[in-house]
Design a protein around this ligand. Structure first.
Ligand SMILES: C[S@@+](CC[C@H](N)C(=O)[O-])C[C@H]1O[C@@H](n2cnc3c(N)ncnc32)[C@H](O)[C@@H]1O
Length: 338
């Protein structure tokens, strides 16, 4: 039996992956899916509504059909069930804030990946001697709001899985450390009416968090506590949640944060870390490995980590039990008990 000839197909397709990604990001930027949420439309109608030139419009829409982001029946285009639910700005399930941030910031910054690999330096706003990611973003109220909303895009769906999978029944209170807009805080508190929650984050986050919590009718049970987690203790609660926080920092700071969580918990209390946790053999979770490269682009020393690494740091800090539980194809939670 002769083996099939080698083809460069997979290599070339991967090398042009940015074509597909940017097509989707531009569709989100243009508000295409929000426009189609009202009902199917023709090319001419969409050109009029979105201000598209005739030349690329049909190819753009049909490329999105081929990418399974739109459906076409006759001459009319419609959202798929997924794009209608997650990419219509008018729905609370909208996750496009994350893609809007990727489009406005990361898409360009990833152009500096080779330089980041050579120098180890971030390629975002901090590239030309700026401050750290959070200082830079938070100096501009518009950027702050967009960044915090983008975090909800990535954490809200994960937190719904956490709300269902974690043993919340015996817990009275939790602190969401580095809560951003409160996407995870709200998803967990909404699912469990017996819980009281604190969102802990830097002071400029407060108005964005308060507005989001208020809009979800949770102000009686969920409050904001401003602070800097590298200065002073973390607020005390039965459970401490840290989502997409540890990967922002180097190993020494990861250890400080895990140690502060240990100090703030009662005996029997639990630390729940969630991130794009890399598989221990570091070869399967592509998204997590690319997320770690994204931390190279975005932070001065951050990196993602394996479940085994995280469990090791938790044990070093004094936690007695620690385990990894998968949340989605890309994310896991690491749960440790004091
Ligand atoms: C990547 S976001 C993660 C947001 C959210 N937990 C999630 O999973 O989507 C990191 C959060 O840590 C917060 N943060 C950064 N430095 C901080 C500090 N020194 N003290 C408190 N919060 C901080 C940021 O403001 C931001 O909201």
């Amino acid at each position: 039996m002769t083996s099939a000839p080698l083809t460069p197909h997979n290599i070339l397709q991967l090398g042009h992956g940015f074509w597909a990604a940017k097509t989707l990001l531009s569709a989100v930027e243009l508000g295409l899916f929000s426009e189609l949420a009202a009902g199917p439309k023709t090319v001419a109608q969409l050109r009029g509504r979105l201000g598209l030139h005739e030349r690329g419009a049909r190819d753009f829409l049909d490329a999105l059909v081929a990418l399974h982001m739109l459906e076409r029946t006759g001459d009319r285009y419609a959202n798929t069930p997924e794009t209608d639910f997650f990419l219509d700005r008018g729905k609370p399930s909208y996750v496009g804030g994350l893609l809007e941030m990727s489009n406005a910031r990361l898409y360009g910054f990833w152009g500096g990946l080779t330089e980041a690999l050579r120098t180890g330096h971030p390629q975002n706003e901090a590239k030309h001697g700026g401050d750290d990611l959070f200082d830079t973003l938070y100096a501009d109220p518009d950027q702050l709001r967009k960044f915090l909303g983008a975090m909800t895009g990535i954490s809200f769906g994960l937190a719904r899985v956490i709300a269902a999978a974690f043993p919340w029944a015996g817990v009275r209170s939790f602190v969401d450390v580095g809560c951003a807009q409160g996407g995870a805080t709200v998803a967990i508190a909404s699912a469990h009416p017996h819980l009281a929650a604190i969102g802990f984050d830097l002071p400029p986050v407060r108005p964005v968090f308060d507005e989001y919590v208020h809009a979800h009718g949770l102000a009686a049970r969920v409050r904001f506590q401003p602070g800097n987690f590298f200065q002073g203790p973390l607020p005390a609660a039965d459970v401490i949640v840290m989502g997409h926080v540890l990967h922002d920092w180097d190993l020494a700071k990861k250890k400080i944060l895990i140690g502060k969580a240990h100090a703030a918990l009662p005996k029997g209390g639990m630390l729940l870390v969630y991130d794009a946790v890399i598989d221990d053999d570091r070869r399967e979770n592509t998204f997590a490995l690319l997320m770690s490269l994204n931390m190279l682009i975005e932070t001065t020393a951050g990196a993602d980590y394996t479940g085994a690494d995280c469990i090791g740091r938790m044990r070093d800090a004094g936690f007695t039990e620690a385990r990894v539980e998968k949340l989605t194809g890309t994310h896991s939670m690491v749960i440790a008990t004091k």
